[in-house]
Design a protein around this ligand. Sequence first.
Ligand code: URA
Length: 461
Amino acid sequence: MSDAAQLHMIDILRKKRDGAALDAREIAFVAAGAADGSIPADQLAAWLMAAWIRGLSLDEIRALTVAMRDSGEKFDEEFWGARLGKRAVDKHSTGGVGDKTSFLVAPLAAACGVAVPMISGRALGHTGGTLDKLEAIPGYRTALTLAEFEEVIAKCGASIIGQTDQLAPADRALYALRDRTGTVESPGLICASILSKKLAAGLDGLVLDVKTGSGAFLRQREDAEHLAALMVATAEAAGTRTVALLTDMGQPLGRAAGNFIELAECVELLRGERPAYSGDLRELSLILAGFMIHLGGKAETPDAGYRLAEAAVADGSALAVFFKMIDAQGGDVAVFDDPAAFHKPGATAVVEAWESGFVAEMDTTALGWAVQRTGAGREKAGEPVDAHAGILFHAKRGARVERGEPLATIYATTAERLVEPEEILRKAIRIANGPPVPVDLIADVFTRETAEELLAARGGV
Ligand code: URA
């Protein structure tokens, strides 16, 4: 009989209910019981609520992350080094609008000699999903077995897939219950949920892109800082070198928000083109890739990594990796020969500036809902999304616009689905007489030391 089998869920529940901290063995018991179904949903739900109300200590969050990571199939930390002679590094973003850096950083880091086993998610709330965007490419398979995933990485250096049933099953069970019990918004539960899936890929390094500003889930800088520090401290304690960048989501990232149009924007950048209003996307992707390349042992510093990433755009190697990966996962790369010819939205409308002035503010969460309502996102779980829907921005914060000049183009599934996005857009963009105060793209960077300092200064979790 294992140690864990001697524990009883009712004792663990009463202990957490009364505000005591659980030890690693008790936490592992909960995660294992969630994964194999041996703890019934009512007890798991009660535990989640107790954890939400009482909070989880840093030690409890670390124990939960590791136990959830280890609850199913996974790649061990030594796996990629032994298999490919490379370090494995991934990037995770807390979600935003037009946030498509995965399609740039994965091929950039892979082209520079880092293995990128990227496990991504679908659209959530007002934010887009990496998997939904990739599925805009005819044939692209996001559901690979772990053996296929490994093969694609061996062949191309990078692979982007969705969570499998075997990977971190404890998170799958707990996340579904959190959604139904009002226990999603707990920093400790969010941290363990995100990291358990990422770390199951056997990462040596992880770069976190924690968003702040009007389009972020955590709009307040303090909350975003706290989650960033918590995730860095937790992942480091689990043995993965981790940094977190706090980045601006006060306007859509780049110029496209939707599905295929986001991929087309990334291919333009990988081709070395510099489309208007894609500059922030290019810069953030090079910075994130620089950190990945540094953690992957291929550059002495993140700045040196940035320069290698720039070179991988200039010599076409990152684009070659991206196309090779798409092809290896069954996708038709020919759609990028002439993206404009492939892009066939059901209905299109151009929204013109209603007055002259400067784009002063963009309510990016509202813009994210506008994108979702074009048909690019889903109203209910499991619905299909429209590959061709989305919004292309022709002006962003700080731009000078004249009345009648195009501000954005809306691509929707049907003409009816143009109406609400246009209404939202008109309210979400503020045009003012003067230019807004510039906002830094990168607000802060957390390493293990600075993360621990911040947590200590704020009295822990
Ligand atoms: N994404 C996750 O995977 N888990 C959370 O808890 C929140 C966002």
